[in-house]
Design a protein around this ligand. Structure first.
Ligand code: FAD
Length: 467
């Protein structure tokens, strides 16, 4: 079955190392090239893991605050950012060490250095002053992405931060402007506002989290309005200058031009693919106008033997999508007839409350004129949500009309990110409302809200009264 060949993977992020490990497990000779000193890519070193570590700490502060009204009061928190950085780095190191060990166990050859193509069969690796050339039978490009920037706001990692430097502050700023109301901006706004900074968010579009359904975003918005200093939507940042006390930012909203001074600015305006640093021109691999590599369902590029996975292939730019693609590419490289054809790629915004969805969003169904039916379960009727004082959430399931097969699920509420896994499975398994409604969920848990929502569709719900 399997052809033994030399598979070279460029980039050791969640896409690249998964591809390398799967390829090695399938009997290939594997070289994994990484320009950073550590493995794990953006996700581990400057993305998912450090941001979620900080979010865990900030949520603990909020949780402690929230039990005051129930009769438990703690002293004011003392936040030592230097210690938090040590803690965060320890988490990264532990996971990074695990990846290194898993590579060693599989005999994956790790080559540290910056890779670029010489041809569609060979790669040059530069590490400091050393240069090495290797040939490959198959190559998987997994070079990921980096933060986009604004021409008039040069990142200095001191006053003007990007998504990497904002994770490494040793001091909590008095105030911060987050430019960009996407998930990274809002997660960081959540962290630093809970840590005590006055955080404002400015977004060019008319609403935050443009890709998410409005009813879910509204639930988060209510909480953010009480937490953040200012949320400015429909507002464009025009320019900035360094002044005494911080950075003066000029913005234009519907009501006119305004300028304000902030101690720190976080520029969080999307991500661009790392395809301009690997001499793709020497291979003939096509990229689109924005630099993303076009691939088919087998993750093959237009050049035989060259594959691409993860952020370089475009949206959704998420770690779990990269990992899944990595495994598919490794299998296809080895002659296994796998394909990337998920019915649902879950997306989570790890704010508080969290927002998560899988499958079709309601926005998508409306925009494409696709008929659907919807059932919703308000968490005010959930025993668990009431007992933990988090009733602001809701679960909604979108169904194919007539058949009542699940085509999309949206959740806003605490732990939505954990709850969406079951929803993704229900879509992949082609579940009907009845399947979910008849699955006994444990009580009292937030997981019950999913079967309760299906019961709303089935009209068998007893936890709500529906006319
Ligand atoms: P990357 O993780 O970007 O890895 C690419 C690797 O390639 C890097 O290590 C890079 O150094 C290396 N490389 C690049 N060029 C070369 C070269 N020429 N030679 C050698 N090596 C090279 N996603 C989620 O799913 N959940 C989250 O909660 C989440 N949170 C995030 C929070 C933040 C702040 C950020 C910035 C991102 C977050 N993401 C999250 C997105 C996630 O990190 C990415 O989708 C994921 O890392 C993409 O994986 P990848 O393997 O495609 O590439």
């Amino acid at each position: 079955m399997a052809n033994k060949n030399h598979v070279v993977v460029i980039g050791a992020g969640p896409g690249g190392y998964a591809a390398a490990f799967r390829a090695a497990d399938l009997g290939n000779k594997v070289t994994l090239i990484e320009k950073d000193e550590t493995l794990g890519g953006v996700c581990l070193n400057r993305g998912c893991i450090p941001s979620k570590t900080l979010l865990h700490l900030s949520k603990t502060i909020d949780d402690v605050e929230s039990v005051k009204k129930a009769g438990i009061e703690f002293l004011e928190p003392k936040i030592d950012m230097k210690k938090i950085q040590v803690w965060k780095n320890r988490v990264i190191k532990k996971l990074g060490g695990g990846i290194k060990l898993l590579a060693k166990k599989r005999n994956v050859n790790i080559s540290h250095g910056e890779a670029s193509f010489i041809s569609d069969k060979s790669i040059k690796i530069i590490n400091k002053d050393k240069e090495e050339i290797i040939n490959f039978d198959q190559c998987i490009i997994a070079t990921g992405s980096r933060p986009n920037s604004l021409p008039f706001l040069e990142i200095d990692h001191d006053q003007i931060l990007d998504s990497t430097s904002v994770l490494s502050l040793n001091k909590i700023p008095k105030d911060m402007l987050v430019i960009g109301g996407g998930y990274i901006g809002l997660e960081m706004a959540t962290v630093y506002s809970s840590f005590g900074a006055e955080v404002s968010v400015v977004e060019f579009l008319p609403k935050l989290l443009a890709g998410a359904d409005e009813d879910l975003v509204n639930i988060l918005n209510k909480k953010l309005k009480g937490k953040l200093n200012e949320i400015m939507v429909d507002t464009k940042v025009l320019g900035s200058k360094k002044v005494k006390g911080g950075i003066e930012v000029e913005m234009e909203s519907k009501t006119g031009i305004l300028s304000k001074i902030y101690e720190k600015i976080l520029v969080s305006v999307g991500r661009i693919p790392n395809t301009d640093n690997i001499s793709l021109g020497n291979t003939g691999v096509n990229v689109d106008k924005k630099g993303f590599i076009h691939v088919d369902e087998y993750r093959r590029t237009n050049i035989h033997g060259i594959y691409a996975i993860g952020d370089v292939t475009g949206d959704p730019m998420l770690a779990h999508k990269a990992t899944h693609e990595g495994k598919i590419a490794a299998e296809v490289c080895t002659g296994i007839p796998s394909a990337f054809e998920p019915q649902a790629i879950p997306a989570v915004i790890f704010t508080d409350p969290e927002i998560a969805w899988a499958g079709k969003t309601e926005n998508e169904l409306i925009e494409s004129n696709t008929p659907y039916e919807k059932a919703e379960f308000p968490w005010q009727a959930s025993g668990k949500a009431i007992s933990i004082d988090r009733t602001e959430g809701k679960t909604k399931i979108l169904f194919e009309p007539k058949s009542k097969r699940v085509i999309g699920v949206g959740i806003a509420g605490v732990n939505a990110g954990d709850l969406i896994g079951e929803a993704a499975l229900s879509i992949e398994m082609g579940c009907y409302a009845e399947d979910i409604a008849l699955t006994i969920h444990p009580h009292p848990t937030l997981t019950e809200n999913f079967s309760n929502t299906a019961e709303v569709m089935e009209k068998t719900i007893t936890d709500l009264y529906l006319k």
